[in-house]
Design a protein around this ligand. Structure first.
Ligand SMILES: [Mn+2]
Length: 396
């Protein structure tokens, strides 16, 4: 009886702490960090994300099967009250790059889903003869999770000043960090485990056995700010103004400005009811996109005017990742670059001008994830320990 009384008191204290943490979090978020793009760039912000409940920490979980996790719609907010705006959850849907850094046209090197494969990232940079200041690397998202060196990949990406879009795994890490910096701030790992068992974690795709939690803790404040600011869709500057980058897919029935962020980062198929993350329930989104583009003339887009109207459907070539199941997909108007690196496939680069493909063979990192998780656990929470151990210059 004594024990159960103590447990009840402890649970009450714990709820109080959660409520206090959440109140503070609301307060901080309300004063919000406004994302101001550099003046040479234009950000179109996404419409407010759907709010499903104001207090849902103990909402019963819908338990997805492990292999269905990628079929979930990500980013549905459960913790926030209606008036809480989070810049982390709401980066620009569309970010239009109007010029290259330094002004001069450069080689663009698009790279598929890296998933923490630092060694292969550096080997690929080496193989394409990447030169900082002369070339611009553009990542299609999913920099983190599954592979061994997620934090170092983020550091390396920042170091070489990549452009990138948000992938669904980046998104999950960002939401974990947001929770751990906010309502979950005071919770120990044991308390988080208890919360997970009772279905009390704020998102269905939060699983403590996955590595997103650890990565979220290890990223420095600067890392997480950088990662969270990545847009959902990025349009390239002249002379590549018809090229657009996103992680999953685009909905061919909508202009780029009107795309739904939650769909874009997970999309694989189009069904009669719209985009889905499934690759079995409809038509591959890139086939539908190619059909749609038949009605438009690419020439209208090749005036190299970066002030193009993104509020109407127009001719765009799209570079994306996410669909490891379909592997490399190179078509006239779409280029799918996820060639299964983290599963022992290749890491692929698509290079403009010239549309050449370059790849490196990857080690197989995601065979159950256990070893990678153990290595990360040993690193603990001291992000000073996580460094870029080698760079591609050292491989030259
Ligand atoms: Mn993905």
């Amino acid at each position: 009886m004594l024990n159960s009384g103590r447990r009840t008191r402890r649970a009450l204290l714990y709820l109080l702490a959660l409520a206090a943490g959440f109140a503070l979090y609301k307060h901080m978020s309300a004063r919000s960090l406004e994302l101001i793009p550099p003046s040479s760039e234009v950000a179109h912000t996404t419409p407010t994300t759907t709010i499903t409940s104001s207090v849902a920490l103990h909402e019963p979980p819908s338990m997805p099967q492990p292999d269905q996790q990628d079929s979930k719609v990500y980013g549905r907010l459960k913790v926030r009250a209606d008036d809480v705006k989070s810049f982390r959850a709401q980066p620009p849907t569309l970010f239009v790059k109007k010029t290259f850094t330094g002004g001069a046209a450069k080689r663009l090197i698009f790279i598929g889903d890296i998933h923490g494969s630092l060694k292969e990232f550096n080997q690929l940079l080496c193989k394409v003869k990447f030169k900082q200041g002369q070339d611009q690397v553009v990542l299609v998202g999913d920099l983190v999770a599954k592979g061994p060196d997620s934090v170092a990949v983020v550091r390396r990406a920042r170091q070489i000043d990549v452009w990138a879009v948000r992938g669904n795994h980046d998104d999950r890490v960002i939401r974990w960090r947001e929770f751990l910096d906010g309502p979950g701030k005071t919770l120990s790992l044991d308390e988080l485990k208890t919360l997970e068992k009772s279905g009390g974690l704020p998102y269905d795709d939060f699983k403590l056995k996955k590595d997103h939690y650890t990565i979220a803790r290890e990223l420095s404040p600067d890392d997480i700010t950088w990662l969270a600011a990545l847009p959902i869709i990025m349009a390239m500057p002249p002379p590549y103004a018809q090229w657009v980058v996103l992680h999953g897919g685009a909905d061919p029935s909508k202009a780029l400005m009107d795309q739904v962020a939650d769909d874009v980062i997970v999309e694989r198929d189009i069904t009669s009811s719209g985009p889905t993350s499934s690759s079995k329930d409809g038509t591959a989104w890139f086939d539908v996109w190619a059909d749609k583009m038949k009605g438009f003339t690419p020439e209208a887009n090749i005036d190299q005017n970066a002030n193009l109207d993104f509020s109407v459907i127009r001719y765009n070539k799209i570079i994306y990742g996410h669909d490891a199941g379909r592997n490399l997909q190179i078509h006239p108007v779409t280029k799918g670059l996820d060639s299964r690196c983290v599963y022992g496939g290749q890491l692929t680069a698509f290079v403009l001008p010239g549309e050449s493909l370059v790849n490196v063979q990857c080690a197989s990192y995601d065979s159950g994830d256990k070893d990678a998780r153990k290595r990360r656990r040993r690193l603990g929470n001291d992000n000073a320990n996580v460094k870029v151990l080698h760079t591609h210059e050292e491989l030259l």
